[in-house]
Design a protein around this ligand. Structure first.
Ligand code: SAH
Ligand code: SF4
Length: 325
């Protein structure tokens, strides 16, 4: 893990603030969360149903060129059963996530949405990567509520480097299209992606407003051994919390998950740290263990259970935000 020590100017872990100023920022963000969102933490149940992917994002272990990953696809019945398990456990939303996998075509996904909504009554979020405009339209009509597709980095050159054959403009078009169709769009970006400067991070934060996102997932970069970025350092915990807190203060109504990547980097405390820096969402996984062990987006990915999520919420409520200062 990269040490979160101050540099020679006193600034901490790739931010422009001293340690004391960072603590104040987190406490302020936690106060804003309380005032605007109350104490409620949304629990989004994640079903990661396929790790096949036609893309080759440099940072991701599911990339097309990674021959070392053992690929799986869940059946429709398994997907629906996992969604029902999420509903029974008390999740408020089902998030269907996968690599960009054409095996789950337009009609198939539409049918899954109808079934899951019919059986659970929960909101459905899709996180299926870049798909066709006709698919976005059909899935909206089938009842999908939200679509999560992160802008990943606000820097066009860095985006192009990380996503062979794709552009930031293309990703932003998709986000705009989803917004225009009536989805609540979710975006997000990766902290400490190799090449991310503090200036780019500030542009990431600006871009969230321009996208008119309802949700923004911010997680640290975590290297994966079978990718071209294997040898790079992970993003820092403090820089991640800095971004979460800045987002909460700038966009008080935004839904901000305490990400699994942060929980993987800081086991036992990642969720709580993020909730205390303004986050208000946790995404426990309902992917069956036999599959989730191969959903290896990055090394050391933890599987967040509903119990983990509830524990983090209770521990956070036991402390006043100012205790973190
Ligand atoms: N294929 C879909 C959904 C699965 S990937 C998509 O790309 O949108 C979900 C997220 O995992 C991506 O948006 C990316 O931000 C994150 N991710 C991938 N590899 C990562 C890594 N090495 N470290 C941190 N986050 C990563
Ligand atoms: Fe595929 Fe998503 Fe990973 Fe990119 S980030 S390789 S689209 S699963």
């Amino acid at each position: 893990m990269r040490p979160d020590h101050p540099d020679e100017t006193g600034a901490c872990a790739g931010t422009d603030l001293t340690d004391g100023a960072l603590r104040e920022l987190y406490a302020r963000a936690a106060r804003v969360r309380r005032e605007v969102k109350g104490d409620h933490v949304f629990l989004r149940g994640l079903v990661e149903f396929s790790n096949h992917c036609r893309c080759n994002c440099l940072y991701c272990g599911l990339r097309r060129d990674n021959a070392a990953v053992s690929r799986f696809r869940m059946t429709d019945d398994e997907i629906v059963a996992s969604a029902r398990a999420a509903a029974q456990a008390g999740a408020d939303t089902v998030v269907l996530q996968s690599g960009e996998d054409p095996a789950y075509g337009r009609e198939r996904v539409a049918e899954l949405i109808r079934k899951i909504k019919g059986l659970t009554g929960l909101a459905v979020t899709l996180s299926l990567g870049n798909r066709s405009p006709a698919a976005y339209l059909l899935w909206k009509k089938a009842g999908a509520d939200r679509y999560l597709i992160k802008h990943e980095t606000a820097d066009p050159a860095l985006y192009a480097r990380m996503h062979p054959g794709d552009t930031l403009a293309n990703r932003l078009d998709a986000l705009k299209r989803l917004y225009d169709l009536g989805y609540e769009p979710g975006t997000g970006f990766i902290i400490g992606l190799p090449g991310q400067t503090l200036d780019i991070l500030h542009r990431d934060i600006e871009l969230v407003g321009e996208i008119k996102a309802s949700m923004c997932g911010v997680g640290p970069f975590m290297p994966q051994q079978n990718t071209p970025l294997a040898g790079h350092e992970n993003g820092s915990v403090e820089r991640t919390l800095y971004a979460v807190a800045m987002l909460r203060i700038k966009y008080p109504h935004l839904n901000l998950p305490a990400t699994t990547a942060l929980a993987s980097l800081a086991p036992d405390q990642g969720h709580q740290l993020a909730l205390n820096a303004g986050a208000n969402v946790i995404m426990p996984s309902f992917t069956p263990a036999e599959y989730s062990r191969n959903y290896t987006i990055y090394d050391g990915k933890t599987k967040v259970s509903m119990d983990d999520a509830k524990k983090a919420v209770c521990q956070t409520r036991d402390r006043s935000p100012d205790d973190t200062a």
